[in-house]
Design a protein around this ligand. Sequence first.
Ligand code: GLU
Length: 512
Amino acid sequence: MSTTDRKVRVRFAPSPTGPLHMGGVRTALYNYLFAKKHGGDFILRIEDTDQTRYVKGAEDYIVESLQWSMMAPDEGPGFGSNYGPYRQSERKGIYREYAEKLVENGYAYYAFDTAEELDHMRELAKQAGTPNWQYNVVTRNSMKNSLTLPKTEVDSRIANGDPYVIRIKLPRNEEVKFEDIVRGWVSVNTNNMDDKVLFKSDGMPTYHLANVVDDKLMDITHVIRGEEWLPSAPLHVLLYRYLGWEESRPQFAHLPLLLKPDGNGKLSKRDGDRLGFPVFPLQWQNPETGEISSGYKQQGYFPEAFINMLAFLGWNPGTEQELFTMQELIEAFSLEKVNKAGARYDHDKTKWYNQQYLRLKSDEELGELLADEAAGRGMPVDRDYAIKVASVMKERAHFIREMIEEGGFFFEAPADYDEKTLNKKWNAEARHHVEQLIERFSNLQYFDAEQLEMAFKAYLTDNDLGFGKVGPGFRLAITGRGMGPSMFDICAILGKQETLKRLQAALDKLPA
Ligand code: GLU
């Protein structure tokens, strides 16, 4: 097998059976990074051969998720098309030929057993103490297939349109070996494998056949996919051999599982919001039940943060650096540095990444996002105002939405006042200080943070007061809260009129 001289071509091959789990996005990401690092192509192939599991909207969801995650495919449905079509259902006519070729060459056979007959065999085996009955090198001899039935019967059954499947004919006791880039040498004995169906009675190939044929026809050089496919890889290796494609067989890299935060088991689609965080990149509404699962995007995550976090679930560059742009990830990524062990998801770390990316953004950019968010919540503000708010809130927020949740006073005068601060700090003395501040602030010509601070401090000095005597009442009156960013920054942003109005409103509304 020589893949060294070929242009790197990798594929992300999801089945449209529901929303894309974040583990799937990570698989796509490693494919993308590997392709881009080697100047290769990243292909999206939709594996929809199992019509019974098809879910409406899932393909669009997959494409939108890749786009949001900044990984537009080079080829795929709706993208470039040198090797199309990219939906297996549209390639239906391609596969039979290969299945038939395998039969002709003695590597596969027709099997006519009905579902009832197979169930019956399973039941018998169970009663005899073998719970996992398999169609294999031993059992196939007592089944209805082209290896046991006379040729004339096989021919007439086929001519009559009897339903049949095509199964691989595994050899007895043969070691299938291949080198996985992540896992090293893998070796499985065919005695531990079964005669998988390659071609179904409905005229569609199974995943195994379609996957191998498409990878060959699409000139794929590296198959990078989740560890759950490792047990299928020996079968795929044999298929490449039996189809005469061993020379161009792609290299395999099976990625470690994504684990739940406690390390107990695989992070599954069902974990959804149950564990307190999204497992999907975008929000998904189940078309049948209407049930909504949250998405990273809608929860306020930046795609850069989501991607950076995902890249580190199973890979690390071997340095201290944790923040990587997509371009930096492309440069640093290698499959050799992907871990074998499962990667535990850490939600605090994900939030940390978002906070880091939020801080890296300019006030202008944050202001735009904040203005959009505020407008979406029916509290429109102008862009310049939002930029100022963002500049003081950015150090305290993990998300844009927190700038509104924690800084609501920038958007609306307080309707309620924090109970605890009110009880502890609001009294006749506090009212008096607020009255005095109104007077001092009214006289300010430039209403900026510096002037406000000077005026405030002068009031403290003139009256020999500590900050703790005046500050809390002042904050309560302006923001309704007990804590927050610098009061001088807040008042400067609110402006003179609004500041004075709020101080007065507190005096009017809050009895001492
Ligand atoms: N269709 C398979 C999936 O849904 C693809 C596995 C592979 O990449 O070979 O994960």
